[in-house]
Design a protein. Structure first.
Length: 255
């Protein structure tokens, strides 16, 4: 039986969006595999460096909301941002800036979630820990995961919910403790639960599906339009152990 901590680690490394945690001083604390793959950097090259030297966005000199997010604790978004890679190439991205909070709710940095609006890489899950760093890494990953603006959940091979992040609690109205352990179709109740479920398709075929728009029902019965991405979830040995789904709330877009 895989531990929830292992699923958290796999989950953060499986996200299709690039994600970077930044200290209050503007230095890189952590970056997920997707960011590293797109940027061309190795993690050991960037930890501790100023974020503007690594992420290199077109808003670095003017328009970056980092200080505002750090001081106010409020989320900010920037659209059509040009991001430069290590090799000089660029990509167009939507960037979400979210306050990074510790377990007591204090702002301890900023998380940037960088969504490539031209192409999404396949989800990855290759984070490995050493036993001496296990507890510290688990707390850090859990904190970052709960600050991701997208709703994210994982299921086992029988479609039982294994994890349910904080943004998903906000979107659905269910607390994690109410959802984990139940069948996902009992909680999310989407248009595709009975037939054509994209997560089941990813788990069956191994393909990654992105940007699929569906409706789910929140706890109060309201309809929530979302854009979802699904993928097969694998353990550290590459063996299938379930599925992962991340989605964006489209209610503001459709308003």
């Amino acid at each position: 039986m895989k531990t929830p901590e292992l699923f958290d680690s796999l989950l953060i490394e499986s996200l299709a969006d690039g994600m970077v945690a930044i200290s209050p001083e503007g230095r890189i604390l952590f970056a997920n595999h997707s960011f590293l793959a797109r940027s061309g950097f190795r993690l050991d090259e960037i930890v501790g460096k100023p974020c503007r030297e690594v992420i290199r966005e077109s808003i670095c000199d003017a328009g970056c909301p980092f200080t505002e997010v750090l001081e106010t604790g409020k989320v900010a978004d920037r659209f059509d941002v040009e991001v430069h890679r290590k090799d000089g190439g660029t990509m167009s991205a939507c960037v979400n800036f979210t306050p990074l909070r510790d377990l007591e709710g204090r702002v301890i940095g900023v998380v940037e979630v960088i969504r490539d609006i031209t192409k999404l890489n396949e989800l990855k899950d290759n984070l490995k820990k050493t036993s001496s760093m296990y507890r510290r890494e688990r707390i850090k990953i859990r904190t970052i995961l709960d600050n991701i603006p997208s709703g994210v959940y994982t299921v086992d091979q029988e479609m039982n919910l294994l994890s349910f992040n904080r943004s998903l609690e906000r979107i659905t109205g269910y607390l994690s403790e109410e959802a984990v352990g139940r069948k996902c179709n009992e909680v999310l109740r989407s248009d595709f639960c009975e037939a054509g479920c994209p997560l089941k398709r990813s788990m069956r075929t191994g393909e990654t599906l992105r940007g699929i728009e569906v409706n789910l029902r929140a706890k109060d019965g309201s309809v929530v339009p979302i854009a979802s991405s699904t993928a097969l979830l694998r353990d550290e040995d590459g063996q299938p152990i379930g599925g992962i789904c991340s989605f964006r709330d489209l209610r503001e877009v459709h308003a």
